[in-house]
Design a protein around this ligand. Structure first.
Ligand code: NAD
Ligand code: TDX
Length: 334
């Protein structure tokens, strides 16, 4: 058996990754370390828990706990983070604590016990591209230019991993992925927010002029990429993960409205996010050429349809939180 420690495994991508690994790699024993913040949900992993998957509720900043769990594992995949840009603009402190101090705590232990470590990061560390649609994309050599407290905290944690690789021989890789969509995503995020607004009789909310571009990838394709990098990636390397899914927020919202049988103009324009990144686009050539990774979800519209169906058939997962999430946005006029 291979022992795998997955931090943040009760969140959106971590839970999808744990499901992917337990389905495709029965030789892997998974320990999920998750604090179960507002973004973590035990229900996301309930079906997985058993002889091959266990959940430890705890904080990645808890040094003794992290030391013990890292000592007992073979590999660490690190998802745990505060992950929402809008929250980081209202209160940056938890982002500094979890994303920077938490990553430091993990890599100290991984270095001490010589354990394989994979850092799950984001394309947002590169800031934004100035002109949507002109073919320019981020690569592993693009400069780090984060715009928000969230992306600055992720950039900081990547820098720590890079330094630990060089100074302490940490056996690590880093991946920087574009925007994920799919089941289990928290309803504060763009796509689930709009779907659940429509399902709960509210109007979708578009920030600013809606021309900001995000590069969408299905969460299952991200999971497969992480597994490929963890098992076959070169130590010390950074791999960018993306599926050439660039679309403006307005175009994504219009697709949601169409699939859900709503008029194309049935949404509100609301106050823009301060410092709102204009455009992200990923060049995943290195991942494709070196590791042979290919996205399976190449039809965004059918992936989106399946995601809408998931929120429709799992209303118990989000209904309780919906009012408070929307009240927080309303306080900020978003
Ligand atoms: P999420 O917010 O849905 O989940 C984060 C998980 O981490 C939750 O289960 C939460 O309980 C847990 N957590 C938070 N603080 C913790 C702490 N101190 N100790 C232990 N657990 C803690 O986030 P997500 O969207 O699944 O993102 C996962 C990772 O992927 C993050 O590192 C994020 O930066 C990165 N990423 C996300 C995207 C995206 O589109 N969502 C894209 C690229 C990279
Ligand atoms: O109601 C909304 N209306 C709207 O127009 C919300 C919540 C967002 N937006 C816009 C802002 C962004 O341009 O939609 C886009 C996507 O917003 P988010 O879902 O908040 O994602 P983003 O800020 O792009 O960051 C996401 O991708 C990179 C994840 O939340 C990060 O964790 C990941 O690193």
């Amino acid at each position: 058996m291979v022992r795998l420690l997955v931090t943040g495994g009760a969140g959106f991508i971590g839970a999808n990754f744990a499901a992917y690994v337990s389905q495709c790699h029965s030789e892997v024993e998974i320990t999920i370390l998750d604090k179960l913040t507002y973004a973590g949900n035990r229900d996301n992993i309930a079906k997985l828990l058993g002889s091959h998957v266990r959940l430890i509720v705890g904080d990645i900043c808890d040094g003794p706990l992290v030391d013990k769990l890292v000592c007992q594992t073979d590999m660490v995949v690190h998802f745990a983070a505060e992950s929402h840009n809008d929250n980081s603009l209202r209160n940056p402190w938890p982002f500094i604590q979890t994303n920077i101090v938490g990553t430091y705590t993990l890599i100290q232990a991984a270095s001490k016990y010589h354990k394989r470590f994979h850092q799950v990061s984001t394309d947002e560390v590169y800031g934004d591209l100035p002109i949507p649609g002109n073919g320019e994309k981020f690569t592993a050599t693009s400069a780090y230019q984060p715009s928000s407290p969230y992306s600055a905290s992720k950039a900081s944690s990547d820098m720590l991993v890079r330094a630990w690789i060089r100074s302490f021989g940490l056996q690590a890789t880093i991946s920087n992925c574009s925007n994920n969509y799919g089941p289990y995503q928290h309803i504060e995020k763009f796509i689930p927010r709009q779907i659940t607004n429509i399902l709960s009789g509210r109007r979708p909310k578009l920030y600013g002029n809606g021309n900001n571009v995000r590069d969408w990838i299905h969460v299952s394709d991200h999971s497969a990429a992480i597994w490929d990098i963890l098992t076959r990636g070169r130590i010390g390397e950074t791999y960018l993960v993306g599926a050439d899914g660039e679309m403006s927020n307005r175009a994504v919202l219009e697709m949601i409205l169409k699939i859900m049988g709503q008029p194309q103009d049935a949404y509100d324009i609301v106050k823009d996010r301060p410092g709102h990144d204009l455009c992200y686009a990923i060049d995943a050539t290195k991942l494709r050429n070196e590791l042979g990774w290919r996205p399976q979800y190449t039809d965004f519209q059918s992936g989106l349809q399946a995601t809408i169906n998931w929120y429709l058939t799992h209303q118990e997962r989000w209904q309780e939180d919906k009012n408070s999430v929307e009240e927080a946005y309303t306080r900020n006029s978003q």
